[in-house]
Each structure stands twice: as C-alpha cells, then as structure tokens.
Design a protein around this ligand. Structure first.
Ligand SMILES: CC(=O)SCCNC(=O)CCNC(=O)[C@H](O)C(C)(C)COP(=O)(O)OP(=O)(O)OC[C@H]1O[C@@H](n2cnc3c(N)ncnc32)[C@H](O)[C@@H]1OP(=O)(O)O
Ligand SMILES: CC(=O)C(=O)O
Length: 531
C-alpha cells in the first residue's frame, strides 16, 4: 500500500494556511517521522516558495521513510513536452517522483482547457513519457475522475488507459469536487476495472471532503482493490478539506489489518497531528477521530461504569496505539464510577470508599447544576475530592478582600485590591495594583502568601475565561470563570469559580489555582496538562 501525503500541496490550499519554507521543511520532517511513503511538497515553478522548498530540501531534509514528490500539470495544449516550462520546473525540482494532474472529465477538457479530446490524451502521454525519459517515477492524478466517468465513461477511461500505457506507476482517481459517496466510489472502480481489464492495484484514491465522506470514500476505494491512498494531515485542504491521512492510516492498519507504516510509527500519530496543527497555526480539533484530545474522552456515567471493568468495552481501539490517552470527564453526567476513575487518573484511590464516592458524585452534580463545570477544571475537581477526604486544601483563611476600580480624570483606569488573610496563624494584609480587578486581586493574594509559600513566585496566570450563564427558572445569571495557571516547569492546571458576581467567581478560581499550585510545587500532586 502506498501512503501518499499531500499536506504540503493540497493541504496548503486550505483557506487560512500559509506556510513559510521553514514550516514546510518542518512539516515534511514530521510526516517522515510518521512513516508515510510519499510527501508531495508543492508545485515547483508555479509557486516560488515551493520551488525554494525543493531546492532547500536537497540539503536540509534527510528523510528516513518518505520520497519527495513534485506536483504539476500535464504539458500545455499545443506545446511540446520538451518545451513546456512547467514540466521543466518539475524536472528542476530533482525529486525521484512526480505527480501530474491531468484532465479526465471531457467537459473540463473542452471548456476549461479549451482543447480537443485527442490533444488532452496526447498531453497526458507526452508528459508522462517525458518525465519517465528523465528517470522519474510518475503518478497521474486524474482530476474529476468520478464526475467525468459518470458523464462520459469511455472518454474518462481512455485518459486512465493513456496514462497507464505511457508508464504511469499509479493512476489516482480523484473526487475533485468531493461529491461522492462510498457506494458510488466502489461502483465506479469496479466498472473501470472491468472496462480496462487491469488490476485495481494500478489505481490510487484522492478524495475531497465535500460530503464529509473523504475518509470513507478512501477506505471504500481500498476495499475495491486500490493500493495507493492520498490524504493530508488533519484533513486540511481546499474547501472542507481532504481525507484525513491519520484516520485513513489508522483505519487501514487497525480495522483492515494492513501494515501500512513502519514499526513504531502509528504511536507517533497524535503527536505528529498536533505538531503539524501548531505549525499550520490552526487549533487542533479536540474531537478529531483517533488523535483529538477528546477522541477517547468519556463523559457519560454509564460508560465509566463499564470502563471501570474493562476500558475496551467503550473504546474502539486502545488509545495508546495511536499515541493518545483515554480520559474521564467529570460533569453532571458522572456516576460514582466516573468519579472513581477520574480520581484514579489524578492519583487518588477512592476504591473501597463508597461514602466518599457518593458524596463527591452528589456534590459535583449539585455544583454543575449551579453553573460549575469540572470537565475543563481537573484541579478544582481534585481539590474537591481531597476536601471530601478531609484534607485542608486551602493554605489560608480569608478575613476579607476588597477591590477598587478607579477611572481617573486623564482616562486611566487603575485597579487596586486589598486582601486580609490568616496564614499559618499569622494575620497578613496585602495591597496591590493591577491592570484589571482580577489581576490586582491575583497580585495581592500572591503577595500575602509568598512569604509562607515561596513556590508561588513561579506561577503565572496563563489564561482567563469568563462565561455568563443565563439564569433559569427565574434566577439571576451567574458568571463562570476558568483560570489556567502555569508554573516554571511548564506544568499547567485549570480551576473554576462560579458566582453571580464576576469578581467573586474569579476569586474562587484564583484561590483554587494558588492552592493547587502550593501543593503541586510540593510534588505530591499529579499535575496534568490538557491539550
Ligand atoms: C484540483 C487541484 O487542486 S489541482 C492543483 C491546483 N493548484 C494550484 O492551482 C496552485 C498553483 N497554481 C498556480 O500557481 C497558477 O494557477 C498556475 C501557475 C498553475 C497557472 O497560472 P497561469 O499561468 O497564470 O494560468 P491561469 O491560471 O490563467 O490558467 C491555467 C492554465 O493552465 C492550463 N491547465 C489547467 N489544467 C491543466 C492541465 N491539467 N494540464 C495542462 N494545462 C492545464 C489552463 O488551460 C490554462 O492554460 P492557458 O494559460 O493556456 O489558458
Ligand atoms: C488533484 C487534486 O487535488 C484533485 O483532483 O482534487
């Protein structure tokens, strides 16, 4: 099976993606690490950055698994292959493999290329011959294959036949407009095989995702006998995108039992997916199949109760085989099993403590009904469990706090906070200014605590999210605040606070953040980074 990645060519056609050459080199390294066989790097001669990419790749890329592929179109109508500037650009890229896009729908030949059926066939044959004569392996992408085959099967099949006869190693059947369904893909491939009398292994599949069936269409093509699949990291691509290469590869390997990657590569999948998202500057999709941080996240209490017996009962594969993790979400939908599993994930063993489990489950449901949300705030949940176990989790008691926001005559807005606490038997008063009321409170609280807990100096408030939750049943709206904190070791944790008053909601989230930080720095807590 040939795994052909086009993240750097078709994937770069997604709205919002602009790679630098350095980005492209970095993505190529990641794809190679993931173990794909072919990396289509772009269109040299057409896109200046792609030309530079292939130049630099010659000295800067040392690929272990993949071969680089240059992409371009067949020669222009009426121009000899040897004189075609575009084909010359493909040869100049010096890649071992070239992928040519050819028109295979007669309507495109006549209306977009504005040439004859015969000339298009000659363009395909001449271009493949020319590249073969220069020692290149050639794949031919038959653009609009499926639409063309439906409209005029004889002509579209003749384009495929011409490419194969000229020496194309694979002819890739493209669902360019992405409008196909799996059954239509299977049927078209069976008909093509019968019409041409060739093995389906001569073909490849390239699916756009306009019907949200790109992965399914690719798998259908493989089940019809195709042995070359194209896709992109995270499904990036023109319009809704392409077949997600990660889902395609995982399905082939884990569902169809085909070994398509070198040993040890599948486990790289989640990491490679997220690293490429980072370079593309697109937030990873937490719900992406196989690799999303929520791909194996279980919220329903009934799921958790079965998972407690055996995780395989509710996971279609072991998350570790694709480099992912299972996680249990604690929400209003939790049952005692969810609480037990989540606590275990956080390093707390509640097995054998049925009363504590019931108490925490009840408290979580009560708080969630009041607007709290623990699913993104593991640290607050952990503090809640520890309190239920009788631990003193907040390292101070509050006497009072006060926050002032002052709008001055010159337009400056200054916030000031004062906190009065009891810390280890001592009364502490601290005042601080900040660029907003929450920042001022955070500063004052740290100032008050830092002498007793020097580890707090390394903590930073990394993110602060506020959500107003509409009141229901005649109650007032409440505010939910999520605070993300990081320490100098790069660990991060999220805490939650809820109240009608945004400052009080923030205070609660801040207190949990610092309480957790005091203990985390002591090393006795498992601090989890959430992707
Ligand atoms: C389905 C896909 O995703 S295929 C990948 C498409 N990718 C891209 O288009 C990205 C890079 N593209 C580009 O940089 C530019 O579009 C270029 C350099 C390729 C072409 O730009 P221009 O030379 O300005 O041409 P223009 O866009 O006006 O027209 C395209 C030309 O290619 C011809 N052409 C289109 N497809 C093919 C083909 N498969 N084989 C041969 N010629 C083709 C058209 O007939 C037209 O020819 P003409 O200039 O003689 O009229
Ligand atoms: C070649 C290609 O990207 C397509 O037909 O969609």
């Amino acid at each position: 099976m040939q795994i052909f990645d086009t993240t750097l060519r078709d994937g770069a056609q997604r709205e919002g993606i602009t790679y630098s050459v350095a980005d492209k080199l970095a993505v190529a390294r990641l794809l190679d690490q993931f173990g794909v066989g072919f990396i289509e790097g772009g269109w040299p001669g057409a896109v200046p950055k792609d030309t530079e990419f292939f130049e630099r790749a010659r000295t800067e890329l040392e690929l272990q698994n993949a071969l680089l592929v240059a992409f371009g179109s067949t020669r222009k109508a009426g121009v000899a292959a040897a004189d075609d500037a575009q084909l010359a650009g493909l040869l100049a890229a010096q890649t071992p493999v070239v992928c040519l896009v050819a028109k295979s729908d007669v309507r495109h030949v006549e209306r977009a290329l504005r040439t004859t059926r015969e000339e298009n066939l000659a363009m395909v044959a001449d271009s493949v011959n020319h590249l073969r004569a220069h020692g290149r392996r050639v794949f031919v992408d038959c653009e609009h294959f499926f639409d063309g085959f439906r409209f005029d099967p004889e002509y579209t099949a003749s384009v495929v036949r011409t490419a194969l006869d000229a020496g194309a190693e694979r002819v890739v059947l493209c669902d360019t407009n992405g409008g196909m369904l799996p059954s239509q893909v299977s049927k078209a491939i069976a008909e093509l095989v019968e019409r041409l009398g060739v093995s389906p292994e001569s073909f490849g599949m390239h699916a756009q995702n306009d019907t949200a069936c790109a992965v399914a269409n690719t798998i259908a093509a493989v089940e019809a006998g195709v042995r070359h699949v194209q896709g992109t990291a995270n499904g990036y691509g023109e319009r809704p995108g392409n077949a997600d290469i990660f889902a395609v590869v995982a399905n082939l390997q884990l569902k169809l039992g085909m070994t398509v990657l070198p040993d040890g590569c599948l486990e790289q999948m989640a990491h490679v997916s997220h690293a490429i998202a980072e370079i593309a500057n697109i937030a990873p999709d937490s719900h992406q199949a196989y690799v999303g941080s929520a791909a194996f996240a279980h919220k329903a209490g009934l799921h958790a109760s079965a998972i407690k017996v055996d995780p395989a009962l509710y996971n279609h594969v072991d998350p570790a085989v694709v480099g992912n993790d299972m996680t249990i979400l604690v929400t209003e939908m939790a049952g005692r099993a969810s609480i037990e599993l989540k606590s275990r994930e956080l390093g707390l063993d509640l097995a054998g403590l049925p009363d504590t489990l019931s108490k925490v489950t009840h408290r979580v449901k009560e708080l969630e009904a009041a607007g709290w949300s623990f699913e993104a705030a593991d640290a607050s949940f952990e503090l809640l469990v520890r309190q239920s176990l009788g631990e003193q989790t907040t390292p101070f008691t509050l006497e009072s706090y006060r926050v002032i926001v002052e709008h001055r005559e010159d337009g400056a807005v200054v916030s000031e906070a004062t906190v009065k606490l009891r810390v280890r038997g001592e009364r502490v008063i601290a005042t601080a200014e900040g660029n907003g009321p929450v920042n001022a409170l955070d500063q004052a609280l740290r100032q008050a605590l830092e002498r007793h807990f020097p580890q707090l100096t390394g903590l930073e408030l990394a993110d602060y999210k506020v959500r107003i939750l509409a009141g229901s049943h005649g109650t007032d709206a409440v505010t939910r605040v999520l605070v993300e904190t990081v320490d100098t070791d790069g660990r991060d944790w999220t805490t939650v606070g809820v109240h009608e008053n945004v400052v009080e909601a923030s205070w609660r989230a801040l207190v949990d953040a610092l309480a957790y930080g005091v203990a985390a720095a002591g090393g006795d807590r498992k601090v989890r980074s959430r992707r």
